[in-house]
Design a protein around this ligand. Structure first.
Ligand code: ACO
Length: 357
């Protein structure tokens, strides 16, 4: 048995391929470089959905705008009980209010849900009124507008679009596998997406970027990096934003996001500081684990990019879900189209009943 199912192939997919030795990500026949910073999130989602839905429009922008307006009605259910929860728990609870099904309409509402519910939750938690979606805007532009109640700059919209495209799909990662397992039972897309959100939430998967800001703030200045990092490793802590199950070299998404932060032109000092911390961590991890290549993963520069866009760290995993939801839905549809019920076996290692012993 492979611990953590490492290297186990559990599905055939046309959606994406992660080559962990070459540090390469392919999404439906395109390398990440061809997509990140070049196409909108709607175009990337269209690419993923192609062939999996009847009646898919050429451009998803308008249909996704309508879906944002439709799901905004659920924001009325944000009561004090939900506002005491973390943004991802509140977002997940509101998403669970959406009806299940396998249609394109259900899929579009699920694509809209993390964006609309996260923006509304953050504003309500700050005592501000949620901002209704503008269906005429692109998804990234409207996310920033719903969050801030003001239009964002083109550079900021482009940076968020780059992020959403960069994380839209990534092979059979933990949340996508969870979504496919649920889809394989024919429970419906809403159930599959809720499984994806739940798996993404953990710090070993999509929950890492918030703690990365805590780490950068804890380190404070480049001079302090080595002492801080060595103390963290001596405590047995993992350094968030480093290491990956599949990549044995640098995660290509880290560079796509670093370039996006640089293009946005915000926080040049913060970027230089993060680069200094990154290089200290890489050299210390090399000495700490000489047999295990540990390099920068997607989450390190995610943290910087989302911080520059003024997302509170508590929402970083929700923003990840805003992009990855497209992959979860496409994988769920692919699973439904051809896959059998996913039901692996386990090996019993417990005691035998007395009579059989
Ligand atoms: N910091 C310190 N040590 C690490 C790190 C890290 N970031 N990552 C792995 N190691 C060590 C482990 O402690 C382990 O050491 P051991 O053999 O002495 O126990 C060894 O390297 C191998 O680690 P595994 O846990 O077996 O690697 P796995 O493939 O299971 O884990 C994971 C990958 C979860 C991403 C891991 O590298 C990690 O915890 N990273 C930090 C969290 C993080 O950045 N998560 C986001 C991942 S990207 C994504 O999901 C979108």
């Amino acid at each position: 048995m492979s611990d953590g199912l490492e290297d186990v192939v559990a599905a055939d997919t046309v959606l994406s391929d992660v080559d962990g030795r070459a540090g390469r990500l392919i999404i439906r026949g395109h390398s990440l470089d061809e997509l990140a910073g070049r196409v909108s999130f709607e175009a990337a989602a269209r690419l993923l959905f192609d062939g999996f839905f009847e009646g898919l429009p050429d451009d998803l922008t308008a249909a996704l705008g309508v879906a944002r307006v439709e799901v905004f009605a659920e924001v009325a259910a944000l009561d004090t009980g939900l506002l005491d929860r973390t943004p991802i728990e509140a977002m997940r609870a509101l998403t669970a209010r959406l009806g299940d099904g396998d249609s394109l309409e259900v899929a579009l509402r699920l694509m809209a849900a993390p964006a609309v519910f996260t923006a509304a939750t953050v504003r309500a938690q700050a005592g501000e009124a949620p901002v209704a979606p503008d269906p005429k805007l692109g998804h990234a532009a409207d996310i920033l507008r719903m969050l801030r109640a003001a239009p964002a700059s083109k550079a900021e919209i482009d940076a968020l679009d780059t992020y959403l495209v960069t994380v839209c799909d990534h092979g059979l990662n933990a949340s996508t596998f969870a979504a496919r397992v649920v889809a394989s039972t024919r429970a419906g897309l809403t159930s599959a997406v809720l499984a994806g959100i739940s798996a993404l939430k953990g710090p070993l998967h999509g929950g890492a970027p918030g703690p990365i800001i805590d780490m950068l703030d804890g380190i404070g200045t480049p001079d302090n990096a080595r002492t801080w990092i060595e103390a963290a490793l001596a405590r047995g802590d993992r350094l968030m934003g480093f290491g990956h199950r599949v990549y044995r070299v640098r995660d290509p998404r880290a560079d796509a996001l670093k370039a996006a932060v640089r293009r946005m032109g915000a926080g040049a000092g913060r970027l230089a500081f993060a680069e200094a911390v990154e290089s200290a961590i890489l050299s210390i991890l090399k000495a700490h684990k000489p047999d295990r290549p540990l390099d920068t993963n997607v989450e390190f520069y995610t943290a910087l990019l989302l911080e520059s866009l003024a997302f509170p760290p508590s929402t970083f995993t929700c923003v990840f879900a805003m992009g990855r939801v497209a992959g979860w839905i496409a994988h769920a549809r692919e699973q439904l189209a051809g896959g059998r019920l996913i039901r692996p076996a386990s090996r019993y290692v417990g005691p035998l009943p007395k009579a059989a012993a």
